[in-house]
Design a protein around this ligand. Structure first.
Ligand code: FAD
Length: 455
């Protein structure tokens, strides 16, 4: 087997295939390490830790403490991040160089469904797994390219806190970085086309984050249309429509965080007859492309840009390429987490999806500003929301905007893995006072709703 790309998806695929007995080559043009480690999850979560601590230090007085003028030094924050990232990357590079695999540090492109050009070599294999990830998507906004902009790749390298920044987009990457820079002292404006930030999820879950952003001094415009960028040499004006009129913001730096696209350029997929649609490689639930011996996993298939899903897909493809029985990718336990403060974490179906797919559901919410433990912690933003089946009470979706959401959600993932119901949630013991026990309140409300509807 040849795995093209040694990031999260590719390494998981190679590892699984090799332990299933396949002879595996990995081709990666480098830099080795993959997006998650080098420019994605790990560097962003490392720097967010600094801005989260800074935000808490600023609240010292509220907790009976004193902290003298806490401030951020972006160069030192990045030094800490770089030290950690180097460690993570070195570990991955060691894994890729393991003699269990043959590693080609070259660019790959297909010559046929069974032949790959790898730098100066031509290699053949029974099966191929494409795991080439994603790249930042280009958006043509008049004047943007002329003035210049940062993407999440480059913004992680700057060493001086920018005076002002306009963030284009409001997906997870955009909002995490917007809050980071706002907290370390940059005047941040966020401009978003949809009605609310994090627009793939439910509106009620995004609103408490927007409220927090505004409290922290961020200028936030939703329901906008970007018009143009005008160059003023060492700053620029970003023009957009908002509430029926044209507005502009003057800014030093633009962070273009409007989205990423599957990385398929240069793979010469047509030589292998692999079908693509809307710029992504089409796959079925077995992670197979239109050509049975070629699979595509991770960001390159455009299904979900999330690491643990990339790993799961890699393992599924490797299994299906090496074993007789078939494994399929199942979205039932799909998790999404945005590491803002408050964070947002979801598992399973949203209300938006239920309405779109005409799935019947009952829902109940409970706010953190009426919950003992979150009040003790001074974390009052947000709420939890449970969705259950109106027939048997099985939990089909769970959502949290609020403290420790990224950790708390795993309680709901476990419950849903075992197809637990709101009745189960009421019976499972919860220690007091904890954040976790907040779920028992919406569960209780849903149990009552089910009793009423069954009368
Ligand atoms: C700023 C940011 C923050 C993020 N935060 C999170 C988070 O907190 N949690 C989360 O789950 N996800 C997060 N993500 C998304 C996550 O990083 C990706 O979903 C994941 O890393 C994709 O893994 P992959 O294996 O598909 O691709 P990659 O890790 O990008 O691997 C692709 C590999 O293919 C190689 N390659 C490409 N083309 C070729 C070629 N033609 N020949 C040879 N080699 C090639 C590349 O060198 C690369 O090593 C974040 C993303 C960004 C940008």
């Amino acid at each position: 087997m040849v795995v093209i790309g040694g990031g999260s998806a590719g390494f998981a695929a190679a590892n699984k295939a090799q332990s299933n007995g396949a002879k595996v080559a990995i081709v990666d043009e480098g830099p080795l390490g993959g997006l998650c480690i080098l420019r994605g999850c790990m560097p962003t979560k490392t720097i967010l830790r600094s801005s989260d601590i800074l935000a808490l230090m600023r609240r010292a007085k509220e907790f009976g403490l004193s902290a003298q003028n806490p401030s951020a030094n972006l160069a030192l924050i990045n030094d800490r991040k770089n030290r950690l990232i180097t460690e993570f990357a070195n570990y991955r590079i060691k894994q890729l160089n393991d003699p269990r695999f043959t590693l080609f540090k070259e660019k790959a492109s297909f010559l046929s469904p069974h032949k790959l050009k790898v730098g100066p070599h031509t290699i053949q294999a029974k099966s191929f797994i494409i795991a080439t990830g994603s790249t930042v998507e280009d958006f043509s906004i008049p004047g943007l390219a002329e003035y210049g902009f940062f993407t999440s790749d480059e913004i992680l390298e700057i060493r001086q806190t920018p005076e002002s920044m306009t963030v284009l987009g409001a997906g997870p990457v955009a909002v995490e970085l917007a809050q980071f820079f706002c907290r370390i002292g940059t005047k941040v404006t966020l401009i978003q086309r949809s009605n609310h930030i994090l627009s793939k999820g439910d509106e009620d879950l995004a609103r408490p984050i927007e409220a927090r952003f505004r409290e922290e001094g961020m200028a936030l415009y939703t329901k906008t249309q970007l018009l143009r960028v005008e160059n003023l040499r060492d700053s620029c004006k970003v023009f957009f429509t908002h509430e029926g009129s044209e507005k502009f913001v003057t800014t030093k730096i633009i962070l273009q965080a409007l989205g990423r696209k599957p990385n398929i350029d240069g793979l010469n997929l047509s030589a292998a007859s692999v079908n693509t649609a809307k710029g992504r490689i089409e796959v079925d639930h077995e992670m197979r492309t239109s050509v049975p011996n070629i699979y595509a996993v991770g960001d390159v298939n455009g299904l979900h840009e999330i690491v643990h899903i990339a790993i799961e897909q890699g393992e599924i493809a490797a299994h299906n390429a090496t074993q007789k029985n078939v494994r399929r990718f199942n979205e039932r336990l799909k998790i999404n987490i945005t590491f803002t403060d408050p964070p947002l974490a979801s598992v399973g179906l949203s209300e938006k999806e239920c309405l779109e797919k005409k799935i019947r559901y009952l829902s109940a919410s409970y706010p953190f500003n009426d919950h003992g433990k979150s009040l003790c912690m001074g974390e009052n933003h947000g709420h939890v929301k449970l969705l259950c089946s109106p027939t048997n009470g099985e939990v089909i979706g769970a959502h949290i905007t609020g403290p420790e959401a990224s950790e708390l959600i795993h309680q709901m993932v476990t419950l849903m893995y075992y197809k637990g119901t709101v009745h189960d949630l009421m019976e499972i013991p919860h220690y007091h006072p904890t954040l976790s026990e907040i779920f028992t309140y919406p569960a209780e409300e849903l149990v009552e709703s089910l009793q009423i509807s069954n009368l």
